[in-house]
Design a protein around this ligand. Structure first.
Ligand SMILES: *Cc1c(COP(=O)(O)O)cnc(C)c1O
Length: 387
C-alpha cells in the first residue's frame, strides 16, 4: 500500500483520472503466503480479467518466477494475450471451456507453441475435443470440470457416471486434472462446502476408475477454499482474489497484503451556502456552508455509482465523505474542514490505500472486492512497484 505522502516519487497523474499503483512485491508475498499453507499441493494462479484488472502481463511473470506453472483465464483470447509473458513450460487453462466447434482452440494450440488447454465442461465439449485430437493426429491437453453443486459449469453427476463407463471417452486426450469449484468457500461454517467436497470425492473416485484418468490429478480450491484446510487442497489450488489482496476470510483479519493503491486528484473546489444542492438529481443538500471538492474519478473509472452518498475518500489522514451522486467522470466530496492550502488542483486523494482497502470500498458499495478491482478501467496512469 502506498500513502499519499509517498506519491511524489511517481510521475504526475494530472492528465488522467488518477494513479493506480500496483505492488508486485505484494503479489509475490501473497503467492508465497498461500503456497506456505499447502503441504505438497501445487499453487496455480488465476489471472482472468487481466489479473482482476491489475495487469496479467505484469502479474504472471512474478508468479512464474515464484514457480507457478498453472495459469487460469476465462477466455481463449485472454490465454493468447498471456502467452508471451509465460515460460515455455507453463500451461494456461481456459475456464469457460471450448467454443462450439473447438476450431479456434485447436488452431491456437498449433500456432502458439505453448500449452493452452481448455477446461472441458460438458460431454459435448469432450466429444468436440476428442474429434479435434483425431483430426489432428495429436494428443490434446485438457482439464475436465465436474459440477459438485454450483450448477454453473462442468459435468453433472449423471454424465460423470456415463463418461467413467465409456472406454472411448478420453481417446486422444491428455487430461491434466479433474476440477470443480466451490460456491460458498468464503463462509467457513457453511455446510455447502463439505457437501461439495463429498461430491467432488465421489466424482473423482468414479472418474479415477477410467484407465485414461487413473493418473490425472485433482484441482478444487480457490482462494477462500485454501483456508478451509488441507482436505480441500488436493494436487493443485487455484487462487485469484487472495493474490490481489482481497480478503479470502470475510469478517476476519486479512492475512494478505494490499496490492492496489488508487488515487484521484482534486479538479476544483468551491464554497456553497447551506441549502445548496450537489450533483445529479439534487440528492445531496449542504446542511451548513460547505466546501465542495470535485475529484477526477467517476463510475467510468470503476468508482461505482452505488457509492453515491456513501463512503469517503482520504486526504492525508482526513476523511472526506462523498456528497451526492457519483458522476461518470467525477465525484464531489465534503472538504469543509480542510485548510485551503491543502486543496490545490491536482492534489492526490486516496481512494484505495492505507486508510481504506479494496474490501472497505466494496462494503460501502454493497459489493465485493472482486467487482471493485475488475471495474477500475483504463483511464488511470499505472505504476508498478517491484516485481
Ligand atoms: C475465478 C475463479 C477462481 C479464482 O477464485 P478466487 O475466489 O478469486 O480465488 C478459481 N476457479 C474458478 C473456476 C474461477 O472461476
Amino acid at each position: 500500500m502506498v500513502s499519499s505522502r509517498e506519491l511524489a516519487v511517481f510521475s504526475s497523474a494530472a492528465p488522467s483520472a488518477g494513479l493506480l499503483v500496483i505492488d508486485l512485491d505484494a503479489v509475490r508475498f501473497n503467492y508465497r503466503l498461500l503456497r506456505g499453507l499447502l503441504q505438497g499441493a501445487a499453487c496455480g494462479g488465476v489471472v482472468k480479467a487481466d489479473a482482476y484488472g491489475l495487469g496479467a502481463a505484469k502479474v504472471a511473470p512474478v508468479l512464474a518466477a515464484e514457480g507457478c506453472r498453472h495459469f487460469f483465464v476465462a477466455h481463449l483470447d485472454e490465454a493468447l494475450a498471456l502467452l508471451p509473458h509465460l515460460p515455455d513450460d507453463a500451461t494456461t487453462y481456459v475456464l469457460n471451456g471450448l467454443t462450439r466447434n473447438g476450431t479456434d482452440e485447436a488452431a491456437c494450440l498449433v500456432v502458439a507453441g505453448k500449452a493452452v488447454a481448455p477446461v472441458l465442461n460438458s460431454v459435448d465439449q469432450l466429444a468436440v475435443w476428442r474429434g479435434k485430437a483425431a483430426q489432428s493426429g495429436r494428443v490434446l491437453p485438457a482439464a475436465v470440470q465436474v459440477d459438485t453443486g454450483m450448477s454453473r459449469l462442468g459435468l453433472p453427476p449423471e454424465d460423470i457416471k456415463a463418461v467413467a463407463a465409456d472406454a472411448d471417452a478420453f481417446i486422444g486426450l491428455d487430461v491434466h486434472f479433474v476440477m470443480s469449484h466451490l460456491a460458498c468457500a468464503d463462509e467457513p461454517r457453511n455446510p455447502a462446502s463439505t457437501g461439495q467436497l463429498a461430491n467432488f470425492r465421489t466424482a473423482r473416485a468414479a472418474l479415477g476408475q477410467h484407465p485414461a484418468l487413473a493418473r490425472s490429478r485433482s484441482c478444487f480450491a480457490n482462494s477462500s477454499g485454501i483456508f478451509l484446510g488441507a482436505d480441500y487442497h488436493f494436487d493443485l489450488v487455484r487462487p485469484g482474489a487472495a493474490l490481489y489482496g482481497i480478503n479470502p476470510l470475510p469478517g476476519r483479519d486479512n492475512p494478505l497484503r494490499g496490492v492496489a493503491s488508487l488515487f484521484g486528484r482534486i479538479i476544483q473546489t468551491r464554497w456553497i451556502p447551506a441549502g445548496t444542492h450537489v450533483g445529479y438529481g439534487y440528492t445531496a443538500m449542504a446542511a451548513r456552508p460547505t466546501r465542495v471538492a470535485t475529484l477526477s474519478v467517476g463510475y467510468a473509472d470503476g468508482w461505482l455509482r452505488s457509492l453515491s452518498g456513501k463512503g469517503a475518500v482520504w486526504l492525508g489522514d482526513d476523511r472526506l465523505p462523498i456528497l451526492g451522486r457519483v458522476s461518470m467522470d467525477s465525484i464531489c466530496v465534503d472538504a469543509t474542514d480542510i485548510a485551503e492550502e491543502r486543496l490545490a488542483p491536482d492534489t492526490p486523494v486516496e481512494l484505495i490505500g492505507i486508510h481504506q482497502d479494496v474490501d472497505d470500498v466494496a462494503d460501502a458499495a454493497s459489493t465485493i472486492g472482486y467487482e471493485v478491482l475488475t471495474s477500475l478501467g483504463s483511464r488511470y496512469r499505472r505504476e508498478y512497484l517491484g516485481g
